[in-house]
Write a protein that binds this ligand. Structure first.
Ligand SMILES: [Zn+2]
Length: 86
């Protein structure tokens, strides 16, 4: 659940949406309290334009976690990923 909160905030930061006051700080605090989470990544396929916000141990949607980065399975190409820092 805490990861989901961070993920939602990360998505808003990425889209430059308006943040609720203190929202970024809450996300940063969760990450500080859970250093094993690491920072979330914006994962994007340039071919099918799917996008997900994933932590470094997650696979979701068309994206399959690889040793380094993610693979968009249906397109069979490496996804672009950007680390999101608060
Ligand atoms: Zn794709």
């Amino acid at each position: 659940m805490t990861r989901q909160a961070v993920r939602l905030t990360a998505g808003r930061v990425l889209r430059s949406d308006d943040l609720i006051a203190g929202e970024k700080e809450v996300a940063a605090e969760i990450l500080r309290a859970n250093p094993d989470f690491g920072n979330p990544h914006a994962v994007r396929c340039d071919w099918c334009h799917e996008i997900r916000t994933l932590f470094r141990d997650e696979s979701d949607g068309p994206f399959k976690l690889m040793e380094r980065g993610w693979l968009c399975e249906p397109c069979n190409i490496r996804a672009a990923s950007q680390e999101i820092k608060f």
